[in-house]
Write a protein that binds this ligand. Sequence first.
Ligand code: NAP
Length: 296
Amino acid sequence: MVAQVIDGKAFAAKVRGQVADQVAKLKEENGITPGLAVVLVGEDPASQVYVRSKGKMTVEVGMNSYEHKLDVDTSEEDLLALIDKLNNDPAVHGILVQLPLPKHLNEDLVINSIDPAKDVDGFHISNVGLLGTGQKSMVPCTPLGCLMMLRDHHGSLSGMDAVVVGRSNIVGKPMAQLLLGDSCTVTIAHSRTKDLPEVVRRADIVVAAVGRPEMIPGDWIKEGATVIDVGINRIERDGKNKLVGDVDYASAAERAGAITPVPGGVGPMTIACLLANTLTACCRANALPEPEGLTA
Ligand code: NAP
């Protein structure tokens, strides 16, 4: 079997198009423009790239983008004061604090100081609890993007065996909750899982979120399974820098029914879902109906 490629780049462009249409409608019918505030502390090069592209895409879909760049030695007090200001600013519907933060700042404290209704990353403890109990929440962007692609490919996920490899708070755990919410039978695997190859071989859906280049080979994949590769790993091969996932794409594509490539799979969906979450937050803040197909 040669796997169908799930084109995350094209899918993300479609989602951004849907968001842009809804934003135009909000402006025209309600005079409201959704606004996303992104806070960057310090000068981490990767974070600067992410923040730049988030700002660019926010503007492209017609939203207002507010960037706050703070010095690396910004105090916790000053950062919390800025978040408080953004929490109380009616023009700001979504707030994202770019992680990781410099070591002297308490990440949990900072994230939990964001108004949960504006927490478009879905990391606030209230949103984690709401998702875990099947209630309306803000859903973390990367797992939301994976869920959207799975729903688009399969329609219903009900009754499917899903294995999520990785148990991080930002990807693995919320991914498992979302799959459970769609009635999959879910296994979460991690570094202490016994006989990981056998666990993965049971899965109709494999979500790999490990951070180890090409760790999952094709012979762990059940024939016809759907493989979602969240991993983004930079490696050097044949003297060139290359991005690879957590799955060995070439061998997995020979057995899977469908697979996301790296790059061009999950990655582009993350920012698209950030924009979708900002739109959702804006609609909720204004007691307007939520956009269809853009939330969990
Ligand atoms: P993380 O916090 O480092 O978590 C990695 C998880 O993988 C942990 O639960 C760990 O288990 C597990 N693990 C490590 N080695 C393993 C092994 N040999 N066998 C089984 N499980 C193992 O990573 P993350 O933040 O979830 O990110 C995972 C990957 O996704 C990274 O490559 C990251 O760059 C990428 N990512 C991509 C996007 C995107 O937009 N596409 C967004 C976020 C992350 P333990 O808990 O037992 O240590």
